[in-house]
Design a protein around this ligand. Structure first.
Ligand code: SAM
Length: 419
């Protein structure tokens, strides 16, 4: 650099006009359009700084999972003619993880707060369905679920490859022509999703005649799972983003019969979810609050629409506040005795446990409403072979990405509104 300056001064002294170096000409434009550090790199730096201390020696394995290809689950569309597809998925080596084996249910142990009893023989999926998956009493000799935690196990089917098996489902273009092409009714036969996303829905445990609110519903994976249970009296799917609501409508159109959608069972709205607590106070039996978050896996992979982009710093910093407001609104929309499941796809304690704890405080101090955290250990027991659960959450459960079971992250916590 010193040599360059020296050379320039020498030319000027000799009466030669000063040269403008090319890179100076363009420097301003580069700086204005291209972020110095891409958002994905910023995200990784941020996670390394924050999660390394929180997860300690587990962080390296979570990190490598997050940076590797994620695993999917194929949620079977119960509205389609899907038997052949299930046979084909089984031929590929995939298995339904939701029901799994009767032994798994047998081994699901009672948790501290949950009234969950196991008997000798736990029965088949068909028995569970026939004996009323309402979850009250399936059979005294079989499995008795006194809580509503595992109500929907019999009605949802989601195929995954076993732990350690990194096979993939056929890419969608190929599967359109073979596996996941529309059936005779014109509906697609399965929906590819992060299988961990099903756990908040299973935790919600909808019962027949439940009115359910999905407060942040788009693009619609969990709404679709809720509808697959064919249990709810009413499902209200809401999302503030009109364009994402468009995606949700397309999902419903591809998987749910027109006749079902045109009934009073499904309602789609595009409100700011923070108003629902006021305008729909005490209306719902179950509420799902699947909030916007740092979407950790996406933030490490995609530059587009990345919450770690410099221009979105403020939005990112305000996330926990928005999350508390949405959860408070969701609890207020639940009836006394109703349940709320809060979920994120982030590992951040600030967006997970801290939000739940803060929302409980706000409910008590500002609204005089008490909430109780429900025990989710039966769910954890049942699915510990499929997912890797974090050992020490203060409240709720967290699924950690891992190379052998590369689902999540997915945090979920169930609350009951007491009054
Ligand atoms: C994690 S995504 C939901 C994913 C969805 N539940 C699913 O399973 O497909 C979070 C959603 O919250 C929505 N959102 C953000 N702010 C909101 C608000 N104030 N009210 C309602 N929805 C909001 C976003 O548009 C986004 O679609």
């Amino acid at each position: 650099m010193a040599a360059l300056v020296e050379c320039r001064s020498l030319l000027m002294v000799c009466g030669v006009p000063a040269l403008t170096f090319r890179r100076y000409k363009f420097k301003k434009k580069w700086a204005a359009t291209v972020p110095k550090i891409p958002p994905t790199k910023l995200a990784l730096q941020y996670f390394d700084m924050n999660y390394n201390t929180h997860f300690d020696d587990v962080w390296p394995s979570i990190r490598i999972g997050l940076l590797s290809e994620q695993k999917y689950g194929a949620l079977i569309n119960n509205f389609s003619v899907s038997e052949k597809v299930m046979e084909k998925l089984e031929l590929l080596g995939a298995q339904d993880f939701v029901f799994g084996t009767p032994e798994k249910i047998e081994h699901a142990k009672p948790g501290m707060g949950a009234d969950f009893k196991t008997g000798g023989d736990c029965g088949t999926r068909e028995q569970l369905v026939m004996e009323g998956c309402a979850g009250d009493t399936i059979s005294p000799q079989k499995v008795t679920f006194s809580s509503d935690l595992l109500n929907n196990v019999p009605s949802l089917k989601c195929y995954t490859f076993a732990r350690g098996d990194i096979s993939r489902f056929p890419p969608s273009r190929y599967s359109m022509f073979w596996l996941n092409r529309p059936d005779v009714t014109g509906l697609l036969t399965y929906y590819l999703m992060d299988a961990a996303s099903l756990l908040p829905v299973l935790a919600l445990g909808v019962r027949p005649d439940d009115a359910v609110l999905d407060l942040c519903a788009a693009p619609g994976g969990k709404t679709l799972a809720l509808l697959q249970t064919q249990t709810c009296r009413y499902v209200a799917a809401n999302d503030v983003s009109a364009s994402r609501i468009g995606r949700l409508q397309r999902v419903l159109h591809s998987y749910i019969p027109e006749s079902f959608c045109s009934t009073d069972i499904v309602r789609v709205t595009s409100w700011d979810g923070r108003i629902c607590g006021d305008v729909e106070s005490r209306r719902y039996d179950k509420v799902l609050v699947d909030v916007p978050c740092t979407t950790d896996r996406h933030s490490l992979k995609e530059e587009d629409n990345n919450i770690f982009h410099k221009l979105r710093t403020k939005e990112r910093q305000m996330l926990p506040l928005l999350q508390v407001e949405l959860l408070v609104s969701g609890i207020r929309a639940a009836r006394p005795g109703g349940s709320v499941v809060y979920s994120t796809c982030s590992l951040s304690q600030l967006q997970n446990e801290c939000v739940v704890e803060r929302a409980a405080e706000v409910m008590s101090s500002n609204h005089d409403i008490q909430v109780q955290v429900e025990d989710l250990s039966p769910l954890r027991e049942l699915y510990q072979d499929t997912f890797r659960f974090h050992r020490t959450c203060r409240v709720g459960e967290l699924i950690l990405p891992h190379l052998t079971a590369n689902f999540g992250p997915m945090y979920f916590c169930k609350l009951r509104r007491m009054n």
